[in-house]
Design a protein around this ligand. Sequence first.
Ligand code: ADP
Length: 268
Amino acid sequence: LKEKRVVMEVYAAPLYRGEAKFGTIFVHRDVTKQAEVDRMKSELVSTVSHELRTPLAGILGLAELLLNKPLAPERQRKYVNAIYQEAERLTALINDFLDVQRMEAGRQTYRWEPVDLVPIIEKIIDAEKMGTDIHTFSVLVETKRTMIRGDSERLRQLFANLVHNAVKYSPDGGAIEVRVYEQKGCLCVDVRDEGLGIPAEALPHIFEKFFRVDNSDRRRIGGTGLGLTIVKEIAKAHGGEVTVVSEEKKGSTFTVQFPLAPVPQEVN
Ligand code: ADP
């Protein structure tokens, strides 16, 4: 049985007949939903203050410099570019954050249909190839059954996050390999890189919201710390799961497993 926390509100009122109390009436109200909404609201407020302030402070500081000081055109361009990048980061953060909130609250709607994972993965790899010439990419498909019941847009998001991380966290280049295979009734996809790897003490936390490994190698690599949370939520919604094996300075392999149930052909 899945454990579920229930929050109850209890009102008690004495019952009188004339002066004489003859009982108490209890009203029990299940306020679990409300409590969850309250929790999410306060989380949103604290996230907004923590995570959005830094890029906003950067934007304000740079804009102030531009407004108050006559600057050489080259310097002006540099500052405007920095503002643009900070604003882009904010947009990504807000979009990712809203996605996570929706998914965690079970409010993300999924369009279920039979989906072939291979073309989705190939498209993502083709797009990533354009942005780098120090990585080599390969897609190995070792099974004929590559269809699952899923939402193609969300699956694209899942694999885009994994492949993008593989590139991002291999700053010196290397091989990036995606392998699609069947194992114990599941369809599995490995995304393997030869990059920085993840320290053992960080491994249990990497799927947590806003968690980022902090060391000098990575400080310059941008990100929101939400990509893997989104990966985990999407895998879960598909009845699957995501695991990772990683060794520092050697590389990482993320594995997503989907149940290989017979794919119904109707779309619902
Ligand atoms: P971010 O936006 O920081 O990339 P993610 O949720 O995608 O957020 O990842 C969380 C952290 O896990 C990253 O900050 C990074 O330190 C680590 N990580 C994720 N993928 C990889 C990878 N392929 N190789 C090494 N480290 C990774």
